[in-house]
Write a new protein. Structure first.
Length: 82
């Protein structure tokens, strides 16, 4: 499944796994594998990921690829005061 570009800056986005993150989640003493999507543009606010952290790879990609980009852009611009 292909990951669409970042909806904010149109840069390439990539899958982020537990190994890419220092915030490990544990369950019964074992590290839980989880996924997120992050923008590859270090200037973009999504460069650290969307903070969804789902356990299913396909679900996280589907969320990233189908979200309402215009509403999210407007919410983020409002949040940062633009």
């Amino acid at each position: 499944m292909n990951i669409k570009p970042c909806p904010f800056c149109n840069s390439e986005a990539k899958l982020k796994t537990t190994e890419d993150n220092s915030d490990y989640c544990y369950e019964n003493g074992k590290i839980i594998e989880y996924y997120d999507i992050q923008c590859t543009n270090k200037e973009c606010y999504l460069c650290d990921g969307a903070d969804w952290n789902l356990r299913n790879r396909e679900d996280i990609i589907k969320m990233w690829n189908t979200r309402n980009k215009q509403k999210e852009r407007e919410d983020k611009l409002k949040e940062i005061g633009i």
